[in-house]
Design a protein around this ligand. Structure first.
Ligand SMILES: Cc1cc2nc3c(=O)[nH]c(=O)nc-3n(C[C@H](O)[C@H](O)[C@H](O)COP(=O)(O)OP(=O)(O)OC[C@H]3O[C@@H](n4cnc5c(N)ncnc54)[C@H](O)[C@@H]3O)c2cc1C
Ligand code: SF4
Length: 472
């Protein structure tokens, strides 16, 4: 603990954002980083608690007090080494993690947590700038070969860990580039994609082979890969979206969020948008159904495309403005949060159920809604209609795609339709086939995908070698 009185002397200060009028003009990141003296001062607020709840709040168990201290002391390189010992890709989490660590920080008891996420991001960004992040090529090869299906954050983390342990690692990805939802779901204004390319280059130098445009279970059979490799890891994500089964759902202009968002990411990345008609929000009244991260990303993307208005509807009631700390801390509290995209001008409404999509000449023109009570029952007389030219469905994902890969391998599923595997061994119901990330745990967060990829890699290394030095 560098400065024992830091938390008494200094208030929380965090990164700022470019003004909304400016940032909606393009798809670039808009976080304004803090300068070095401010970062050091913020890191000095860490109390180095005897029981650091932030360790547990962070799904990869980042050793937060240790690197806060190192940053305060000015030893950025040691801070980076420490950070990388628990997190393969801190530049991803430093940008898009919701930071459950900060909710569990002891200083959050009075709403003043350490700016953990910003310090994390600054450490790794400095590491890249200074050229400290280089490939870690293994000194020996094991002769074992591993196939990983899905190049999202879970598959990438698993691949990097296993390549560094000396295995021959091959990632099979159905899309043209790696990153999974980081690449094609999360918009560039939240995370620009050159950060993924940089990691891919590092991993290639460490010995990982990426096989793109390879749809396992469709363009190549899983059996073929099973025969080729000593172990398989399935990290294909949770891609089946929740639908809205109401009259009019089939009208033109009603789309899943994940039909809309990847098109824009591909435009920014100068990739072809695919066979679907372009879906654009320009000059349209947009309705986003669903109040989570995906909904927010639809809002920010719609504003940047020139939407006339964006309204977001959530079926759950409006959460409380402030949580009861005595009941929630150090856990992640349910409370009213406003994302940067919502802040850009979205109209938000809660306890709203959509009952019908209406249209003319096959095109959506409006949606019919009703307010619901706490049991989700419609409230008589509360019905209303909203003008709509584009309706985006962002109500979450129910489970991985079963057709193809999962069916071909005849894998057991859990009660929610995810690939069944526990977090002790990550082994599926089929020998030498492992599963991790959203495909195993269901729709979640990037930081959980990284954790599962790392832990799964350790179990695969142990399975193949009978011993392992990889961390959990
Ligand atoms: C729009 C959106 C916004 C989000 N925003 C955030 C956020 O701000 N912060 C956050 O922490 N989390 C966010 N998430 C959640 C986060 O992106 C996921 O939890 C995370 O990416 C899961 O990682 P994964 O590696 O398990 O799966 P994915 O990222 O889904 O990657 C799976 C990969 O497997 C590939 N694949 C699937 N099947 C096959 C097959 N048969 N053959 C070959 N390849 C295959 C897919 O193409 C994909 O590249 C968001 C999700 C969405 C949809
Ligand atoms: S990965 Fe997320 S939870 Fe962990 S320290 Fe970073 S911001 Fe916090």
């Amino acid at each position: 603990m560098g400065k024992p009185t830091g938390f008494l002397e200094l208030d929380r200060q965090d990164r700022t954002y470019l003004p909304k009028e400016e940032r909606v003009q393009n798809f670039r990141e808009f976080i304004v980083p803090m300068d070095e003296p401010d970062l050091k001062a913020q890191a000095s607020r860490c109390m180095d608690c005897g029981v650091p709840y932030c360790h547990n709040g962070c799904p990869v168990n980042n050793q937060i007090p240790d690197w806060n201290d190192l940053v305060y002391m000015g030893d950025w390189q040691a801070a980076l080494t420490n950070l990388h010992s628990t997190n393969n890709f801190p530049e991803f989490t430093g940008r898009i993690c919701p930071a459950p660590c900060e909710a569990s920080c002891t200083l959050n008891i009075d709403d003043n947590p350490v700016t953990i996420k910003s310090v994390e991001c600054a450490i790794v960004d400095k590491g890249w700038e200074e050229g400290w992040i280089v490939p870690q090529v293994p000194s020996h090869k094991t002769g074992k070969s591993i196939g990983i299906i899905g190049a999202g954050p879970a598959g990438m983390a698993a691949a990097q860990q296993l390549a560094r342990a000396g295995h021959d690692v091959h990632i099979y990805e159905k899309h043209a580039k790696a990153g999974g939802l980081l690449r094609y779901g999360i918009p560039d204004f939240k995370m620009e994609k050159h950060g993924i390319d940089r990691r891919v280059a590092q991993m290639q130098a460490e010995g990982v082979t990426f096989h793109y445009d390879t749809h396992v279970g469709v363009t190549v059979t899983a059996a073929e890969l099973e025969a080729k490799h000593d172990a398989l890891i399935l990290s294909g994500g949770s891609e089946v979206p929740r639908d809205l089964p109401v009259p009019g759902r089939e009208l033109d202009g009603v789309h899943y969020a994940m039909d809309f968002l990847p098109q824009q990411n591909r435009r920014v990345g100068q990739e072809p948008i695919g066979e679907m008609e372009p879906i654009l929000a320009e000059d349209k009244h947009v309705i986003v159904i669903g109040g989570g991260d995906t909904g927010s990303d639809c809002i920010g993307t719609s504003f940047r495309q020139g939407a006339l208005s964006v309204t977001q509807l959530e079926i759950m009631p409006m959460p409380p403005e402030k949580e009861n700390k005595g009941l929630t801390w150090p856990d992640w509290p349910l409370k009213m949060r406003t994302s940067t995209s919502q802040e850009e001008g979205a109209i938000r409404d809660f306890s709203v159920m959509t009952t019908e999509v209406v249209g003319e000449d096959g095109k959506v023109t409006a949606i019919k809604c009703t307010k619901v009570d706490e049991n989700m029952a419609p409230i008589a007389g509360s019905e209303f209609e909203l003008q709509a030219d584009l309706v985006l469905l962002a109500m979450g994902f129910i489970h991985p795609v079963h057709d193809g890969l999962v069916e071909e391998l005849a894998l057991e599923k859990d009660g929610r339709g995810n690939v069944a595997a526990d977090t002790a061994t990550y082994e599926s119901s089929r020998e030498k086939v492992f599963a991790c990330g959203d495909m195993r745990r269901g729709q979640s967060l990037v930081v959980w995908a990284i954790r599962e990829g790392r832990q799964c890699a350790r179990e695969v290394d142990f399975f193949l070698m009978g011993e392992t030095v990889l961390p959990r």
